[in-house]
Design a protein around this ligand. Structure first.
Ligand code: FAD
Ligand code: SIN
Length: 542
């Protein structure tokens, strides 16, 4: 496998210098960039327009212990319980204890969370023992993203490069010193050189045909960090959201868990509530349990969807509290006050990613990762609902503080001029990129989805191996590079899923249906040029 997606020579391409380059414009990238730009020069690179992010689509909200009955300790308890034994407790401590400060920061920027009288209104979601989720209607993500973008525009302190696709990380003397990018408009390759690089490129939900993730979520950051030698961890853990609207679209429209928090039921094809008796929290059990049960019920029902029933909640409440869902279902011919909503699980969140420490630092000096691309360890084997916007906010602030501190101290950065080049024979091959992407998405959904088995995973891996020649091709379009990144990440997910011979959190193996204490460990990957090696095993905390 090539180390870089393209052949290049940095002495021959345009170079843009800044103190820090941030890749990605979701909640994680924008919040890190804003914080650092108070003192240092930041270039923000994003592959589409600023708002093309998963963040924009977030519905439910941000989990934070703000009510008088709640506390960071209770939030920690629910997070650890959902994480099924694999959370890094120190990281969860950081998450829950720094949450309220980050919420204050959002409110200061002008983000409006819903109020009930003069108090913040909280909703309840799966795995939370009490109402803890701050929200802006059912469109919390767009409220946060739009406010952060407005702040970037108003402060004018960040150089923004839209439609610029980050291809690969550049290392010099073992430190990360920049990113080579393809500029979509000019077609030119550009080097963004910096003293530190922050990857905030989001998840890889687009590896699946049934997904809630928008088209930008193709795992690019994970793939480029992997090629650069960073450790990737926990790749087998892909979270499936139970209630995506059942239709043929990619992405699928999400029906927020907050609707179940407001009282909606899940019913099978015979109208029976199937989560009652299955878990003490019934429809509000953690997502892994609900999704896995749904797959069993769908199988019993001949493969069709299950149904979300909100008809007893009342039209006024539904229209007022869930206006986006009301409108989108209405467009699809569903009046949620009267009709059942057909739903099925969809790939939703990439729990694994680039391994970081508590300050977002990866295993490569001066390379940081934040948001969904990172694996901080807060989610363990299953993410607690509405903990990910929060994770981006909390760890981006810690990264910003770390970098600002380091740069203010004079840093040890002493080689601003460096040149790197890469040349490799590339085969001439016609690739129908769109067709291959669709093929990959179907393969992953069928064999590396909610329910997995040795036979299915081996089949998926053999199919992926046959496509490896695509990784050698030098493409010239974003779509081609995305396909290559998706192929790298698909293989890592499938390899880890095959290695983990147990069921834990979101990883369910029908041939090993129970968790095993032998597997209270993490699987990690490190790139070796020309090979995708077996994952290595690391014990928690190592
Ligand atoms: P994103 O917001 O996905 O941003 C990634 C950015 O990186 C984008 O700007 C993208 O263009 C850019 N990028 C990617 N690759 C490249 C490249 N090669 N070059 C340049 N730029 C690149 N979480 C919650 O906590 N609460 C919720 O209520 C909630 N609801 C959700 C609903 C939906 C439908 C979805 C899909 C997710 C939801 N999540 C929720 C999860 C949460 O939205 C995401 O985990 C979070 O927004 C990720 O933020 P991020 O900044 O890491 O990545
Ligand atoms: C939802 O609103 O159900 C999604 C919340 C999340 O993914 O955290």
């Amino acid at each position: 496998m090539p180390r870089y997606l393209i052949n290049f020579d940095t002495s021959r391409i345009e170079r843009v210098d800044s103190d820090v380059v941030v890749v990605g414009s979701g909640v994680a990238g924008l919040s890190a960039a804003l914080e650092i730009s108070k003192q240092f020069d930041v270039a923000l690179v994003t592959k589409g327009e600023l708002r093309e992010t998963a963040t924009w689509y977030a519905q439910g909200g941000v989990a934070t212990a703000v009510s008088s009955e709640d506390s960071p300790r209770l939030h920690l308890k629910d997070t650890l319980e959902a994480g099924a034994g694999l959370c890094n407790k120190d990281a969860v401590d950081v998450l829950v204890n720094e949450a309220a400060d980050r919420i204050d920061g959002l409110v200061r920027l002008g983000i409006k969370f819903d109020l009930q009288g003069d108090r913040i209104e909280l909703s309840r979601e799966g795995g939370h023992r009490l109402a803890r989720v701050l929200h802006s209607g059912d469109a919390t993500g767009s409220e946060i993203e739009a406010t952060l973008i407005r702040t970037v525009d108003a402060w004018k302190s960040i150089r923004v490069f839209e439609n610029r696709f980050a291809l690969d990380l550049i290392l010099h003397q073992g430190h990360c010193r920049g990113v080579i990018c393809l500029d979509k408009l000019s077609g030119q390759v550009v080097l963004h050189a910096a003293k530190a690089v922050i990857l905030a490129t989001g998840g890889a939900g687009q590896l699946y045909s049934v997904t809630t993730n928008p088209p930008v979520c193709t795992g690019d950051g994970m793939a480029m960090a992997y090629r650069a030698g960073a450790i990737l961890s926990d790749m087998e853990f892909i979270q499936f959201h139970p209630t995506a609207l059942d239709n043929e679209l990619t992405p699928r429209f999400l029906i927020t868990e907050a609707l179940r928090g407001r009282g909606a039921y899940l019913r099978d094809c015979n109208g029976k509530r199937f989560m009652v008796g299955r878990h003490p929290l019934a429809e509000l059990a953690p997502r892994d349990i609900v999704s896995q049960e749904m797959v069993r019920v769908m199988h019993r029902c001949g493969g069709g969807p299950v149904y979300l029933d909100a008809t007893h909640i009342g039209e006024e409440v539904l229209k007022d509290r869930f206006p986006t869902i009301w409108a989108r279902c209405y467009e699809n011919g569903i009046n949620i006050a009267k009709d059942l909503i057909p739903v099925r699980p969809a790939a939703h969140y990439t729990i694994g990613g680039i391994k970081t420490d508590l300050n977002g630092l990866t295993s490569i000096p001066d390379l940081y990762a934040t948001g969904e691309v990172a694996c901080t360890g807060v989610h363990g084997a299953n993410r607690l609902a509405s903990n990910s916007l929060l994770e981006g906010l909390v760890f981006s602030k810690r990264i910003a503080d770390t970098i600002v501190h380091k740069l203010a101290d004079g840093d040890n950065y002493s080689e601003p001029d460096f040149f790197v080049s890469y040349k490799r024979e590339r085969p001439n091959m016609d690739v129908d990129v769109r067709k291959e992407r669709t093929w990959l998405q179907k393969l992953m959904t069928e064999y590396v989805g909610v329910v997995r088995s040795e036979e299915g995973l081996k089949f998926a891996l053999s199919q992926l191996e046959e496509k490896e020649k695509i990784l050698e091709v030098e493409f010239s379009t974003k779509e081609g590079f995305e396909l290559q990144n998706m192929l790298y990440i698909a293989k890592l997910i499938a390899k880890s899923a095959l290695s983990r011979r147990e069921s834990r959190g979101v990883h369910y193996r029908e041939d090993y249906p129970e968790p095993s204490d032998d597997w209270l460990l993490h699987l990690e990957h490190r790139f070796m040029e020309d090979n995708i090696a077996e994952p290595s095993i690391f014990l928690p905390g190592v």
